[in-house]
Design a protein around this ligand. Sequence first.
Ligand SMILES: [Zn+2]
Length: 233
Amino acid sequence: MNTKEVMLDKFTRKEVRESLETGRIKAAIIPVGSTEQHLEHLPLCHDLASCTYVAREVALRLHPQVVVAVPMNIGISEHHMMHKGTLSAKPGSFLAILYDACESLIRHGIENILILNGHGGNVAPINASINQFRRRFPDINLHHCSYWNFTPRDLVEKLTVTKSVPGHAQEYETAFALALFPDEVRIDDMDDEDSKFGTAEMGKALVEGTIDRLTKFVADIIAGKNPSEITGL
Ligand SMILES: [Zn+2]
């Protein structure tokens, strides 16, 4: 095995078992995204690709304590179905798989879980249901956030023109794509004026700032400084 492997599905069962039995794995991140249109110039995979990149980098910085569970690449995107290629799950289907994945991790002994989201359409359904899952597993530390929540606001104010986070395939997401997957950006097809403000340099700074803050958040989860709370139904 790659000595710094963090993607759960790259482990063998022996490697997972031994990592759990020796207490090396303390937390799991589940990236959730979408497969949906991102204007004319970004691929449909943008949300999940960005989210998984951030999750993997956080896990690498905290290696071997964090694994990245299998990313969920179909999100709740009914509002984008008018654009060809979008794959949308109904909220019930999406949440069923998500919480089944959480429950699977719990049954293997992982007590700290972060659902790391990369798509706006997933936020409200997860927020509306997560406390019911927490009530079933009150000893589990289960968090949910979108990666852009960890982008330092002062960086956004300093670097971006539109100050809009995350937008949709516009300045912020285009900057991320130019920094992380430049070959995937169809510059010649970019016809959105706000998207054109995004640069690779801006993206690198936003990505780094996001990963730094999120790494600290996950480290605090592992250290017991960030217990999740049931704050509603
Ligand atoms: Zn997006």
